[in-house]
Design a protein. Structure first.
Length: 112
């Protein structure tokens, strides 16, 4: 498994990242704006991703217990992460198929 790189990128960068995503060694997920990234990756969702790395497939209830939160809001967060493609479905429930996440906002002009 690889480290997922998340960034803020222009439309042309997003297209280039999509093309590069065919290289499984450097997976990248790009957001068009800081607001999009911030809305998608709330602190609770980042905590879920961090807790799920290297754990394989898990049921939603297992994730809820892992992060020590009530099931209903965790279920909503997992559904959001599935919808945007940061989690995958698995026979056991859901899986975060990366060993780690690197969020890159090194070009602060893209965050404005």
């Amino acid at each position: 498994m690889a480290t997922l790189r998340i960034n803020i990128a222009t439309a042309s960068d997003i297209i280039a990242d999509f093309e590069a995503s065919r290289n499984p060694g450097k997976p990248t997920y790009s957001f068009a704006t800081w607001q999009d990234l911030h809305a998608a990756l709330t602190p609770n969702r980042v905590a879920i991703l961090a807790a799920m790395k290297n754990r394989g497939g898990m049921t939603m209830r297992e994730v809820s217990r892992l992060v020590k939160r009530d099931f209903r809001p965790v279920h909503a967060d997992l559904a959001g992460l599935l919808k945007i493609g940061l989690l995958d479905r698995h026979e056991a429930g859901v899986i975060f198929p990366y060993t780690d996440v690197h969020i890159d906002i090194s070009d602060i002009s893209k965050a404005a």
